[in-house]
Design a protein around this ligand. Structure first.
Ligand code: SF4
Length: 273
């Protein structure tokens, strides 16, 4: 086979593999066929199709709602000053009903941990257990995160701070929509400004996309230092993805990212229990 063709094929396979990994990280397990695709498959299944009527011109596709983070410019204004405390940020949320996620929540899940932590973890949004208990990362994915922090890094979970992009559980744990993210974003920014960590660890694609202000492939950016408003950001896989794809390779990659985050935080003067 021609070498350049072989190289192109390898690149295409690698791109497809990364896309699949991103979908898996987002929890995508299946795709629904569009009406046009169903019609196409039905056509294939028909043994003797009748002569067709001429097809009407296709309607242009409607834009799908943006599933990941919007650019920073669309964030709602902050209801507190530039140097808030966590208590001020929490108080400004109150019984927040600023977006539709309030409708399905049991309770708002603000954040947990050391208010002066040197590492701040950001996830996507509360799951079922978090919604019930009012604390972030307390379900199975939370147990794995705690293990990675305590057994892997050798530091106490209470020495870091953990929160999510959105503070209310999305229905069926779907990815938060762009308008929900932009409405809740000022409160995440407030938490970051209150804690002022040395390092932020972005858990998964949605959190990373939000902080970087663009839709990213987590497979490509994980393990590579990024910047968010002057804060060092280490993107890595979400623990829920690692649970679903519990391979030695995925665990090794996350372990390396967390070690790198801890090392950078220590270099910058971070201290941990
Ligand atoms: S997700 Fe955020 S903005 Fe939406 S209701 Fe909950 S706290 Fe308010």
């Amino acid at each position: 086979m021609d070498r350049s063709l072989a190289a192109e094929l390898r690149a295409a396979v690698e791109t497809a593999r990364e896309q699949l990994r991103d979908w898996l990280e987002e929890g995508v397990e299946a795709f629904e066929r569009s009406a046009a695709q169903q019609a196409a498959f039905a056509d294939v299944a028909e043994p003797a199709p009748a002569p067709r009527e001429p097809r009407p011109a296709r309607k242009p596709r409607e834009a799908e709602p943006t599933r990941t983070a919007p650019a920073p410019s669309v964030a709602a204004p902050r209801p507190f000053g530039p140097h808030p405390t966590l208590d001020e940020v929490r108080a400004s949320l109150g019984d927040c009903r600023r977006c539709r996620l309030a409708e399905g929540r049991t309770q708002l899940v603000f954040g947990d941990g050391n208010p002066e932590a040197d590492i701040l973890f950001v996830g996507e949004g509360p799951g079922e257990q978090e919604d019930l208990q009012g604390l972030p990362f307390v379900g199975r994915a939370g147990e794995l995160l705690t293990q990675m922090i305590e057994r892997g890094l050798g530091i106490a979970r209470r020495s870091v701070y953990i929160c999510n992009i959105v503070k209310c559980r999305p229905p069926q744990n779907r990815t938060p929509l762009a308008d929900e993210v932009s409405t809740c974003r000022p409160f995440l920014d407030g938490q970051i400004d209150a804690v002022r960590p040395k390092v932020i660890v972005a858990l998964g694609k949605p959190a990373t996309s939000l902080l970087l202000g663009r839709d990213v492939s987590i497979t490509r950016v994980r393990g590579v230092w990024q910047d968010y408003r002057g804060f060092a950001v280490m993107p890595t896989f979400h623990p829920a993805f690692v649970l679903r794809q519990y391979t030695p390779e995925n665990r090794r990659l996350v372990w390396e990212d967390l070690k790198s985050a801890l090392g950078r935080a220590r270099e910058l003067g971070g201290r941990f229990e």
